[in-house]
Design a protein around this ligand. Sequence first.
Ligand code: 13P
Length: 247
Amino acid sequence: MRDSLIAGNWKMNGDLASATALVDAILAGDRGAAEVAVCPPAVFLMKIGGMLDGSDVALGAQNVCDRESGAYTGEISAAMLKECGCRYVIVGHSERRTLYGESDALVSARFAMALQAGLTPILCVGETLDEREQGVTESVVARQLDAVVERCGGDSLGAAVIAYEPVWAIGTGKVATPEQAQAVHGFVRERLAALDADVAARVRILYGGSMNPGNAAELLAQADIDGGLIGGASLKAADFLAIAQSV
Ligand code: 13P
């Protein structure tokens, strides 16, 4: 039995006042049975890590450097994220892949660094609209997973969380149907099972892409959907809590 995870990816939104108000509301609210995590902008991690200390709400970062330390201007190391109190870090979000040119190889290197530091990577995979229309969704997702397996081994995914985020559903209000999402989640789990059945049974696969209080229950009811990586709806405490309560 996999414990569900509802993680909020705040992206580059808000300010310190809104971030702390959101955390206060999440801590005070009913989070249901789900494990809950928040991934604020990096500059707020230290402050929010302090607020979450002693609570059962986990802290996550939105990216991590692929190197340990040194002359990498603008990057943040896994050790620094640990010091802020992070348990999770998102790697390979489609906004990083498409807007900032992160390759499968770079994503895998970031993933490796997170694992080495004892962080749990949330590895994002997913196809663009064009790729879906060309019928290559599975091969795109397979390529993104295989890059990590080649670098870190099949076991590594057992210490990670995977997020299936169809790029066409991110921030668009267009959500994958429960059947479309389940089909890809099932494919991811089968692909992992071919490498290691235990890892496949244990790994949590989150859905991301316009998940909201209105569609969460149906998505979360699917056999291979173990939670959500929530963008826009994670910025409103009431919506985020309602999603957590639908687990
Ligand atoms: P939205 O929920 O805003 O579509 O964003 C999803 C996402 O990218 C989470 O990482």
